[in-house]
Design a protein around this ligand. Structure first.
Ligand code: 1CP
Length: 346
């Protein structure tokens, strides 16, 4: 082994190393399926207070590490804190999800705060990162994150999650200049936000483009690939060795070449793509992460074990970080996570 080889398993995989046992973490690993998360969330009172109280946000980030010894921990926060920091109203309706004030035209974009103002709102998040950098076990990698501009824009335009991102597509068609200005503001804010997370101690960052799958053809290049390329480029210009994971969820064939085109070190795969296909067409460019369907952690049983082993086998010829294809759901059984880990680690 050379002196320069990073020691943490996640960093080794992100650097392109093929490991005998893939490192593992789970999207939404701090979440409602865990009784200890529900207890801390009740103590906080509501979700946003949990996000903005560094001691409590750090506590829920650490809970799944204590229980499962995952190889990475992901900062507890939400992609919708950036719109709030830019001046949008944000609240969560229990049992339904997030709600935001809506942006439909150029006046709405012009009323947003300047990018430099985001730290006023987001500084508690940086404090959470600093606590985690101190308290995480030495072998666990700390991942920071942000939403990708398109996904964040879909929430800022519609004011909520939408099945087809219709309002964002409509604004893109009807008010192209205002839409581009919104994308620009979010892109700049995202660079600023991720830089601050890295300065506070995040070792890796991940960009979540949960709704990339609704962009097709030139739109995919313009609104998913190009913003990711800009964010990765800006981050690496300042921090040349910083590993970046990109998650263009449901990108299908657009997964091919996405890492190369954006400069990212790893592509996260959702569970709509086949692992053998992705090994041949995506993993050829470097590390991949994913793609177990989250429902297996609800059902458990032999399918959980066989699917987990099939994914490990499919990606065993190259760098791989085991993960789910999307976030673990509140209905998941915490015992099934132990069964998944046993199937991976033996
Ligand atoms: O306790 C609760 O009620 C909260 C459920 C919850 C949690 C645990 C929300 C509300 N956000 C989070 C945390 C969160 N969100 C993390 C923390 C770290 C971890 O993974 O453990 C991360 C990375 C996110 C990212 C996020 N938030 C995304 C991108 C990933 C994805 O799931 O596609 C998105 C789209 C959001 C918005 C959001 N926040 C919460 C919900 C329920 C949603 C989805 C809303 C919708 O589209 O209807």
């Amino acid at each position: 082994m050379t002196q320069a080889a990073p020691r943490k398993t996640i960093l080794r995989a992100l650097a392109g190393e093929t490991l005998p046992v893939p490192p593992v973490w789970m999207m939404r690993q701090a979440g409602r399926y865990l009784p200890e998360y529900r207890a801390t969330r009740a103590q906080a009172g509501d979700f946003l207070t949990l996000c903005y109280t560094p001691e409590l946000a750090a506590e829920v980030t650490l809970q799944p590490i204590r229980r499962y010894r995952f190889d990475a921990s992901i900062l507890f926060a939400d992609i919708l804190l950036v719109p709030q920091a830019l001046g949008a109203d944000l609240w969560f309706v229990t049992g339904e999800g997030p709600r935001l004030s809506t942006i439909t035209d150029g006046a709405g974009v012009a009323a947003l705060k300047p990018v430099e103002a985001i730290h006023e709102t987001l500084s508690p998040v940086y404090e959470t990162v600093r606590i985690l950098a101190r308290e995480l076990p030495g072998e666990v990698t700390l991942i920071g994150f942000a939403g990708a501009p398109w996904t964040v824009a879909t929430y800022m335009i519609a004011g909520r999650g939408t099945p087809d991102q219709g309002p964002a597509h409509a604004m893109k068609a009807a008010e192209p200049a205002a839409f581009d200005a919104l994308m620009e503001r979010i892109t700049e804010a995202t660079i600023e936000y991720l830089m601050a997370q890295v300065a506070a101690g995040a070792e890796v960052v991940k960009i979540f483009d949960s709704w990339a799958g609704s962009l097709q053809g030139d739109d995919f290049t313009r609104y998913a690939l190009e913003p990711a390329r800009r964010i990765v480029g800006a981050l690496k210009a300042r921090h040349p060795g910083l590993p970046v994971i990109v998650f263009p969820r449901q990108a299908g064939d657009h997964y091919v070449g996405f890492a190369r085109a954006t400069g990212a070190d790893c592509v996260a795969l959702d569970n709509s793509v086949d692992a053998d296909w992705a090994a041949r067409h995506v993993q050829v460019d470097g590390c991949v992460q994913g793609n177990l369907a989250p429902h297996h952690l609800v059902e458990g049983g032999p399918a959980l074990v066989s699917e987990t082993k099939r994914i490990v086998r499919a990606f065993s010829g190259g760098p791989h970080i085991f993960n789910l294809g999307h976030g673990i759901t509140p209905e998941a059984d915490p015992e099934n996570v132990h069964r998944m880990l046993e199937a991976i680690r033996g």
